[in-house]
Design a protein around this ligand. Structure first.
Ligand code: NCD
Ligand code: ZN
Length: 336
């Protein structure tokens, strides 16, 4: 049977939640990736180093319970105006070097986010982060019209890109084709790409019967956006790394309350391989999911390899109460 081995796959944007959900879903990522950047937007957000260290411990314990010992969670710190230089230095010493900035109200768990990104207090924090060699990941959306939010946020990236030339800034989950040129414009600006933004459009949400399972932030956009983002990923462009933004919500929260987030963790590697293979770009896959992240975030490659085989994977209708992306469909590859 045809097989394929991926070296040190990284998922640079992942929601693992906490408690029972964490324990249920951790295996989907921990078995298949060497490392993942864990988002801090828990119900009680990870706003301090102590909280991040304790959360990392819970993640590692959940891995251990599943018999997984070769997965490294990379922690991020939720940026609030209360972050101090002492706290940032402590973070850096403990290997926590990624700050996540949520504009207040932009998405799930952003209530503690930043009201005004260009506020002097925030700029002061970013100056310290720059001097410490940290990375700033941003959910780049305004509070304007839903389809234009990402582009409306561009001026903030322009100011930050110019003001902090040594700060590596990540434009998270790019969804609009117009953002690609912006990322290319500044040397210190990079981006993550999700699979759903490169394979789906707003049609999946609202083109037929309303489908809340494809509702996410930033919202899926046009076929033109989708195609442009896919081409960027397939080209192995050095400024773009893979970040799934897999974001589980229980079925009820999606269907009754309209929670935003797509749960893609169970299908990521098979779907990545299928996508790159069908577009004759398999030779660029490791660049996209391993080497680019390693360079952008200055992460050593792990020794962990993940093997896939060309055997159909039937995607379940539900995983622990969560409906995964492409539920019920069949993929060409499975993780061996
Ligand atoms: C994410 C979540 O559910 O935590 N939701 C989403 O739609 N992507 C938050 C986020 O990354 O925006
Ligand atoms: Zn996210």
């Amino acid at each position: 049977m045809e097989t394929l081995t991926l070296k040190s796959p990284f998922d640079m944007h992942l929601h693992l939640r906490d408690g029972e959900m964490l324990e249920n879903i951790i295996k989907y990522t921990a078995q298949n990736f060497a490392s993942a950047l864990v988002m801090p937007n828990l119900e009680l957000p990870i706003v301090s180093v102590d909280l991040a260290v304790a959360y990392k411990q819970r993640i590692l314990e959940a891995c251990k319970k599943q018999g997984i010992e070769d997965f490294m969670p990379l922690m991020s710190l939720y940026l609030t105006p209360s972050l101090t230089e002492v706290e940032l230095r402590k973070a850096k010493e403990l290997g926590i070097f990624i700050l996540k900035l949520y504009p207040k109200g932009a998405t799930t768990g952003s209530q503690s986010g930043v009201k005004e990104v260009l506020d002097s207090k925030i700029l002061e924090i970013l100056g310290i982060a720059e001097s410490l060699g940290m990375v700033l990941s941003i959910h780049g959306e305004s509070n304007g019209f839903v389809m234009e939010r990402e582009v409306e946020f561009h001026p903030v990236f322009e100011v930050l890109g110019k003001s902090f030339p040594k700060l590596r800034i990540i434009f998270e989950h790019l969804s609009d084709y117009r953002s690609v040129a912006l990322v290319e414009k500044y040397e210190n600006l990079f981006a993550t790409l999700t699979l759903h933004h490169m394979l789906l459009s707003l049609d999946s949400v609202a083109g037929g019967m309303l489908n809340p399972h494809y509702f996410c932030k930033p919202i899926l956009k046009t076929k033109k956006d989708q195609e442009a983002l896919l081409q960027v990923a397939l080209s192995g462009h050095s400024k773009f790394s893979f970040g799934s933004d897999s974001a589980p919500h229980l079925r009820n929260a999606k269907e009754q309350k309209g929670a935003a987030g797509i749960f893609s963790a169970p299908i990521l590697l098979p779907l990545l391989v299928q996508t790159f293979e069908s577009n004759r770009a398999l030779e660029k896959l490791e660049t996209f999911i391993s080497y680019n992240a390693s360079k952008i975030y200055q992460l050593p490659l792990s020794k962990k390899n993940v093997r896939l085989c060309k055997k159909p994977m039937i995607i379940p209708q539900e995983c622990y109460g969560v409906v995964p992306m492409l539920a019920g469909e069949t993929l060409e590859w499975s993780v061996a």
